[in-house]
Ligand binder design. Structure first.
Ligand code: GTP
Ligand code: SPV
Ligand code: MN
Length: 595
């Protein structure tokens, strides 16, 4: 098939990559439903995807990855800037020449006997001044079908690029032999290039997502004066119809999709409050002509965590997955070819296939201590399926942001919510974020680690320079800057149970946050920031909750925080003279306030 673009930069690069990988066949992905149907039929015929129940889950497909390939691999992810110092202490680095030399032989002839798909895509609404174009070459139909949901994919993306521009991200992916020992997810920020090999899972291979929209884009944003962040975007509609937009950065599997789609408690919905979803994972933020900060969601779908998603916890996410969705590594109910995962409901299928592909009796299998779905199993659902998708989802200008929220999983230290004193202090609050690790990346789960702005695995350059860029953005935004907050839905009691009910009830905290943005409510000044007066968190309809419970969730344990500052010092020490002095100053000021 001939090229879909006249752009010589694209065509030259594609030809070079064909010469390197030597596919039997090259297919340019035009984005048409007809062509996608052919891909689906082929994927089903080869067994790569399984067709699910057409009545109950129309247009839905199932895919299983190898047990060694179920999450992002941070230890095999590299930022190959020319200078090691530009990758910084939080990224794996290798000299780009060395890395190209190492990987080129691995790609040589890797697509022999296979088809190469050439995927043009836009991150961001086509025609948006904030959108950017990528081209992914892959030998995986699974990747093509996921990219069709997650991005604006097809010939239209080339329209956005034009016939001469060289401003597109070159993504080369091969699943090769899915060999974990030779798995590499490599970024060359100065070349606008991503090479991924030996994986066929999610964030490792859907190169528009974490690789482009965060790692490469964060680097582009620093150079071009905007920001790429691991943030959801939501619109909170008040009874008078006014909508305020909020972004929130939580680490992987810490609640972004859930917050983005929340349904407020009854007391709020009755009054007319509503939450609209603009994005659930990534935000690109740029100052608008009016001086405010605007956000677009570069993605076109949701790659969401399946376990824990149910009609009660996240009705809108579940509803989003009821058609034209791809399920990866969940369990199958063989009686009716539907899907199941932990906490979907209390009825695990008896006639089940667990995520690795073994036929099992679901209830017995679970009783023996096993999981039917992998903890990082996912759904890939089109954004248009979401019942609460924002009318601004495709707005090329994005939405104006009133508040930025940071948060993570902390059993004790962080209170339910606090507000930073100002943008600089807010940048400090983001930089000291810490969270318990989750199944979204390979490695130990439940270990507290520093994860600044939820960007530890996703910042494509030196984290010290990234913080400096945050401070710079704050100066540009001035008094139009969004207010910065920190939340923690995950405080536990002495038995290890979550105290805060979370999910829809997080609305109660958003309510206070918006009131703060509008100067409608006072706050208490503490050592770490402004906190609500306990009585200002609305607990109407929260069974068993009193103002004392809230007060408890808001306590700042000075001894724990003093311990915390030691950890921050250690962490900050890694950044040497790239640590902005403003942040060092904020740490000293915090220590003084703690006494
Ligand atoms: P990524 O897609 O990996 O970036 O994850 P995410 O940040 O979008 O996380 P998601 O919303 O999918 O939630 C991950 C897990 O956290 C699920 O198991 C949820 O059930 C759980 N979770 C989300 N919100 C809350 C909450 O408010 N309270 C509690 N206790 N758990 C929550
Ligand atoms: C995350 O891990 O933050 C995800 C899933 O959103 S992945 O796309 O695999 O990175
Ligand atoms: Mn994520």
């Amino acid at each position: 098939m001939s090229s879909l673009t006249k752009n010589p930069n694209v065509n030259k690069w594609v030809e070079e990559m064909i010469a390197l990988t030597k596919p039997d066949k090259v297919v340019w992905v035009d984005g048409s439903e007809k062509q996608l149907d052919e891909f689906r039929a082929e994927a089903i015929a080869t067994g790569e995807m399984i067709k699910l129940n057409e009545e109950k889950l129309p247009g839905c497909l199932y895919h299983r990855t190898l047990p060694n390939d179920v999450a992002r691999v941070e230890d095999r992810t590299f930022i190959c800037s020319r200078s090691k110092d530009d990758a910084g202490p939080t990224n794996n680095w290798c000299d780009p020449k060395e890395m190209y030399a190492k990987l080129t032989p691995m790609y040589d002839g890797v697509m022999k006997g296979r088809t190469m798909y050439v995927i043009p895509y836009s991150m961001g609404p086509i025609g948006s001044p904030l959108a950017k174009v990528g081209v992914e070459l892959t030998d995986s139909i699974y990747v093509v079908l996921n990219m069709a949901i997650m991005t604006r994919m097809g010939a239209d993306a080339f329209k956005n690029l034009g016939d001469t521009s060289n401003d597109f991200v070159r993504g080369l992916h091969s699943k090769a032999n899915v060999d974990p020992e030779n798995r590499y997810i490599v970024h060359f920020p100065e070349d606008n290039t991503i090479w991924s090999i030996n994986s066929a899972y999610g964030g490792n291979v859907l190169l528009g997502k974490k690789c482009f929209a965060l790692r490469i884009a964060s680097y582009q944003g620093k150079n071009e004066g905007w920001m790429a962040e691991h943030m959801l975007i939501l619109g909170l509609e008040k009874p008078n119809g006014e909508i305020k937009y909020i972004t929130a950065a939580f680490p992987s599997a810490c609640g972004k999709t859930n917050l983005a789609m929340l349904i407020p408690p009854e007391g709020y919905t009755k009054k007319g409050y509503k939450v609209w979803t603009v994005g659930d994972d990534i935000a690109w933020l740029k100052q608008g002509e009016d001086g405010r900060l605007y956000a677009i969601n570069p993605e076109n779908g949701f790659f969401g965590v399946a376990p824990g998603t149910n009609a009660h916890s996240n009705y809108n996410a579940l509803a989003s997955t009821r058609k034209n969705t791809i399920f990866t590594n969940v369990a199958i109910n063989n009686d009716d070819m539907t899907v199941w995962w932990e906490k979907l409901d209390n009825n695990p299928p008896v006639n089940a296939t667990e995520w690795k592909g073994e036929k099992v009796n679901g209830p017995e299998y679970i009783a023996a201590g096993n999981k039917l779905a992998h903890p990082n199993s996912r759904f890939t659902a089109p954004a248009i399926n979401c019942p609460c998708i924002s009318s601004e989802f495709n707005n090329p200008a994005g939405v104006p942001i009133s508040a930025i929220i940071f948060g993570g999983r902390r059993a004790k230290t962080a209170p339910l919510v606090y507000q930073s004193f100002n943008w600089q202090h807010g940048t400090f609050v983001g930089s000291i974020m810490a969270s318990e690790t989750t199944a979204a990346a390979t490695g130990a789960v439940g270990v507290v680690r520093r994860d600044p702005m939820a960007m530890l695995p996703f910042c494509g350059y030196h984290m010290g320079d990234y913080w400096a860029h945050w401070l710079e953005m704050g100066k540009k935004l001035g008094d139009k800057a969004p207010k910065i907050f920190n939340v923690n839905w995950f405080r536990t009691d002495d038995e290890g149970n979550f105290v805060w009910p979370g999910f829809g009830d997080n609305m109660r905290v958003l309510d206070w946050i918006i009131d703060r943005c509008e100067d409608k409510v006072d706050a208490v000044e503490t050592a770490i920031g402004y906190e609500p007066k306990p009585e200002d968190i609305n607990i109407e309809g929260l069974d068993g909750f009193t103002t004392e419970t809230i007060a408890d969730l808001l306590t700042v344990d000075k001894d724990l925080w003093k311990e915390e500052t030691k950890g921050i010092h250690e962490f900050y020490a890694k950044f040497g003279d790239k640590l902005p002095k403003e942040l060092e100053g904020e740490l000293e000021a915090l220590e003084k306030r703690l006494g």
